[in-house]
Write a protein that binds this ligand. Structure first.
Ligand SMILES: Nc1ncnc2c1ncn2[C@@H]1O[C@H](COP(=O)(O)OP(=O)(O)OP(=O)(O)O)[C@@H](O)[C@H]1O
Ligand SMILES: [Mg+2]
Length: 306
């Protein structure tokens, strides 16, 4: 295994490094990422759906050539699923086998049963283990979906980067992982946890940045179509929608239009493909027809040279 890429030495370098793996970060985001790496602090990213929060962790892992370890949060997530579990079925088999061959040494058997051979390592424990390319990127995704007890537990794990397994002892990370936490803010993350982290609100990108993202992620789309797509999406976001389209939808839409051999937007094309950018029937019904025409006119005005 080759040696991992060094951490970026400046904000500009951070921005460049992310761009090289196709992630378009603005100055504010590049700054907070640079600082998180430099200071070794977890980074908490909040923002609307589909604005590139999760992707940051993937981009960092690719750019720094570090392993990506992902802990997907959900309601009811507990320490066993997040840290480690004993492989109970395998332990049972081992016990049965020992019984069948008639093992005398019960103590040795017990010791064996609670050795690393029967340990199932979950993301948090994996992240404490040394990795060939350097400390891994630990993505704790959609933290707002877990409950408060788990958050408290996580706070502890993040403060000393160690895990205690009663039967095995304490495992401590030699080098702490690079930790990225994301939240869609369906509930507030606790202050105590926030205090440990650097924080950044990932906003919808502006026109130029979203166009850059399209160039990176949907290069098959012609420049003129991409400009229209971005202008339309940006206009659409100013509407009062139940769920505004994220960057993911912009990319999907551009790809869909290319697949349909569309070279320029028209109200008809927009109405026909709204399902790639709006995911609620009420929103779709509102935008179809004359509303699509109005928004397209507005978007085109934005594209005219001032
Ligand atoms: N700044 C960016 N540069 C490059 N690609 C981006 C950027 N922002 C978003 N994307 C693209 O948008 C898609 C969605 O991003 P991502 O999954 O990270 O969103 P998210 O904020 O985690 O959304 P959710 O809250 O729904 O999980 C990704 O596949 C990524 O390709
Ligand atoms: Mg995400």
């Amino acid at each position: 295994m080759t040696k991992a890429a060094a951490l970026p030495a400046s904000i500009d370098e951070t921005q460049r490094m992310l761009a090289e793996v196709g992630y378009v970060a603005d100055r504010a985001l590049s700054t907070v990422v640079f600082l998180a790496l430099k200071l070794g602090r977890p980074l908490l990213l909040e923002g609307e759906a589909g604005v590139g929060k999760t992707e940051i962790a993937k981009a960092l892992s690719a750019a720094l050539e570090r392993r990506l370890i992902r802990l997907q949060c959900y309601e009811g997530l507990d320490a066993a699923s997040a840290v480690y579990e004993w492989n109970f079925p395998a332990q049972m088999v081992a016990i049965r086998t020992a019984e069948a061959v008639g093992t005398e040494d019960r103590e040795a058997l017990t010791e064996e049963l609670f050795s690393s051979r029967f340990l199932i390592e979950r993301p948090l424990l994996q992240a404490m283990r040394p990795q060939p390319g350097g400390a891994p990127v630990l993505l704790i995704d959609e933290l707002d979906r877990t409950d408060e007890p788990f958050e408290a537990f996580l706070l502890e794990a993040l403060s000393d980067f160690q895990v205690t397994i009663p039967e095995l002892g304490t495992i401590k990370a030699e080098t702490p992982p690079i930790v990225i936490l994301t939240s869609n803010r369906t509930r507030e993350i606790h202050d105590a946890l926030k205090r440990r982290c650097l924080y950044h609100w990932v906003d919808y990108p502006d026109f130029e940045r979203e166009l850059q993202i399209l160039r990176a992620r949907a290069p098959e789309a012609q420049e003129e179509l991409s400009r229209q797509v971005v202008a339309f999406i940006q206009t659409l976001r100013t509407e009062d929608l139940f769920k505004k389209p994220g960057v993911a939808e912009t990319i999907d839409w551009a790809k869909a239009l290319v697949a349909l051999d569309v070279v320029a937007l028209s109200p008809q094309v927009i109405s026909d493909t709204l399902g790639t950018i709006l995911k609620y029937q009420d929103d779709i019904a509102r935008i179809q027809g004359s509303e699509a025409q109005r928004l397209l006119d507005e978007a085109k005005r934005k594209l005219e040279p001032a």
